[in-house]
Design a protein around this ligand. Structure first.
Ligand code: WT7
Length: 650
């Protein structure tokens, strides 16, 4: 964790380049001066209740709150006594304005089919589906799992849940049957919505089949609703499985949005932590919606006429906050694309930008690295002049990739917002404000209003400029997680147990002399693979569940495209291991967790190096995985020969 000074200084020197927004961009931005930002930030720090109370006037409340903020971290309540509904704020309130006929969602499927849902259309579909859910027994407070492709029905299902106060739990379509059943069981979900299949690189992903497999181990699920997407042949179990379109045909389009408490659970989203069991991050209604709404407006500078496209999958928090809830609460036009960026060819994203005249484009560094590899000839074939703002999220962006994005996609005209946040934070925390912040490639710059971070030591002591340390939040914010579903103790322990009174994000970072934050990556046993969070322990458990595996240790290593790759050290119960065994273990991990966790390297070892107390020596393994010379103190190694053997294997 200790910062390497020579490197730190070198990086700073390299990145003394700053890129201020153009005068035209600033002139039209919602927030456009440093003074305005400073005033907002200071006000929010000194008087959070006053600041957020004022911001909350941007939402439509059935009943005003009694108090903006009660309690302190970790036990906070926002807008207590207030009554609100997310679906009403994303839909109904726009229908009395000119937005009624505006495109809410512009969707394109991978095969090229398209749909546009105006606010009025989306409202109708959501009301109907809310009635469908009710007719199948879903009540306020129940949990509903969504395991779906990137099709408008996913957004419809989310908004329908929020309309009746059912808590949705979305499981990313790349996860396995076991991952679905684990989540169904943890949340005690009553119903699951899926599709026959989804399209990915011209192939059908058999979602319903995977759901069927998960249901052998998900006793809480009573009903399944299936969207017909590809026409794939699926098995339908009578009185359990229903076709979406058949249910919708008979549903009324009349459904009042329920007046919910501000702290009513809106959704659960599972994410990986440093132990094997995924954490059910719980977000609530009023505070989350306020955060998603305001950060969308500030960071993406959303304007009435913009076409906005976030390329994330809705199965991750980015899609929740910045495809669905944030943009729709602002009455914006949000684009959704079902498939892969390289289908039918590597120009697909740029073709979509030209076709729909996209103005704001939000993607991930791992995608940008793939674009660079595919070559400039792809974006250069298309007219990208509609773009006015670019964004990134998910991992630190390397300065080369930042410069490429700036030059080849943004034509040196578009500000880039590098947004740091987490599933737990609900919305963007540290990011440039595009109308004023001079950006530095590789830095997520400064905290948004309402966000008061610090860099501290393991003993919670504040560190100075350019000193690497732990990134924490010192004040609560409305869109923070409230608990880990069903395990409040783990919530308190994970985020507040390490550094008393501070929210610990799990990231290392430094702040430079201009107050800019530079994220240095995770400090816990969490990998960031293509911007997706995976726990080393989860992958280790998956490996050990194979009957031939005695022990496994998983570490990350630098990977050109994914940022971090997955390297597995495996000790077999017998035998030396073979290529067939590698393939078998790879398939086993994919089956246990999903394709996102596919190992990049599997290395067989006689034993894994451990400290005397039995902790896996990950630092050593990381060095071996990366092909670096093993450095550092090895005196605690239980068995030196293990290390020598591992190095021999290279
Ligand atoms: C972790 C959160 C927030 C949606 C995507 C990931 C890393 C995220 C950045 C960034 C450097 C970043 C952090 C964080 N991260 N954005 N702009 N610069 N690192 O959500 O799965 O909850 O992961 O992603 O390590 O802790 P997540």
């Amino acid at each position: 964790m200790s910062a390497d000074n020579s490197q730190g200084i070198k990086t700073v020197l390299q990145e003394s380049r700053t890129f201020p927004p153009t005068p035209e961009f600033s002139a039209n931005a919602h927030i456009n001066s440093e003074e305005q930002y400073q005033a907002m930030w200071q006000r929010a720090k000194d008087d959070p209740a006053g600041f957020w109370g004022e911001m909350a006037e941007n939402l439509d409340w059935f009943q005003k709150w009694d108090s903006v903020l009660e309690g302190d971290m970790p036990e906070t309540k926002w807008f207590n006594g207030g009554k609100i509904n997310v679906s009403h704020n994303c839909l109904d309130r726009h229908l009395t304005t000119g937005r009624k006929n505006k495109a809410a969602i512009i969707w394109e499927g991978e095969p090229g089919d398209t749909r546009v849902l105006r606010y009025q259309d989306l409202h109708r579909e959501v009301c109907k589906f809310a009635n469908v859910l009710k007719s199948l027994g879903v009540e306020t407070g129940d949990r509903v799992t969504l395991y779906m492709p990137m099709i408008p029905e996913l957004a419809i299902a989310m908004l329908a849940c929020s309309r009746i106060g059912a808590t949705h739990s979305i499981v990313f379509g790349g996860f396995s049957a076991d991952a679905i059943s684990d989540r169904n069981n943890d949340a005690q979900s009553k119903l699951i919505v899926t599709a026959d299949a989804g399209w990915r690189r011209g192939k059908e992903i058999p979602l319903k089949k995977t759901v069927d497999e998960s249901l052998t181990k998900s006793p809480s699920i009573e009903k399944v609703i299936v969207v017909k997407r590809t026409g794939a042949n699926v098995e339908m179990v009578p009185d359990r499985d229903y076709w979406w379109d058949e249910l919708m045909a008979g549903a009324s389009a009349d459904c009042d949005a329920i007046e919910l408490d501000a702290e009513h659970p809106l959704f659960i989203l599972y994410t990986s932590g440093s132990t094997g069991k995924p954490k059910g991050v719980l977000h609530t209604t009023g505070g989350y919606l306020l955060g998603a709404t305001m950060t969308s407006r500030w960071v993406f500078d959303l304007k009435e006429e913009d076409t906005y496209w976030c390329t994330a999958d809705i199965g991750w928090i980015t899609g929740h906050s910045y495809i669905v809830y944030g943009p729709l609460a602002n009455g914006a036009t949000t684009m959704m694309y079902e498939g892969a960026p390289n289908w039918p060819d590597e120009g697909r994203f740029w073709e979509l930008i030209e076709k729909y005249q996209v103005n704001i484009f939000y993607t991930a560094p791992t995608a940008i690295r793939a674009f660079i590899k595919w070559g400039d000839q792809w974006p250069n074939q298309y007219d990208l002049s509609s773009l006015r703002l670019l964004g990134t999220v998910g991992e630190p962006i390397n300065p080369e990739a930042w410069m490429w994005y700036h030059q080849v996609i943004g034509k040196e005209r578009c500000p880039i917002v590098d947004t740091w946040w987490q599933t737990e934070t609900g919305g963007i925390m540290i990011s440039p404000l595009p109308g004023l912040t001079p950006t530095k490639p590789g830095s997520c710059t400064k905290p948004l209003p309402g966000v008061v971070p610090a860099i501290v030591t393991e003993q919670s002591e504040p560190l100075g400029d350019n000193e690497g340390g732990l990134l924490v939040m010192t004040q609560p914010w409305p869109h923070m997680l409230r608990t880990l579903y069903g395990d409040h103790e783990r919530f308190v322990e994970t985020y507040f147990g390490k550094l008393k009174g501070l929210y610990f994000a799990g990231d290392g970072a430094r702040r430079d002399e201009d107050g800019y934050y530079w994220i240095m990556g995770r400090v816990d046993d969490v990998l960031n693979v293509s911007g997706h969070r995976l726990s080393t322990m989860e992958i280790e458990s998956a490996l050990v569940s194979h009957d031939q595996v005695a022990e496994a240790a998983v570490v990350g290593f630098p990977h050109d495209l994914k940022g971090e790759g997955i390297c597995c050290f495996v000790t077999l119960k017998s035998g030396d291991g073979s290529d067939d065994m590698k393939q078998e273990l790879t398939n086993h991990v994919r089956k246990q967790i999903g394709a996102v966790a596919t190992p990049d390297q599997i290395r067989f070892a006689a034993a894994v190096p451990k400290t005397r107390s039995g902790k896996i020596m990950r630092r050593l393994l990381r060095d071996i995985a990366a092909g670096r010379e093993t450095a550092g103190d090895t005196t605690t190694l239980e068995d030196y020969t293990v290390l020598a053997k591992l190095r021999d294997e290279e």
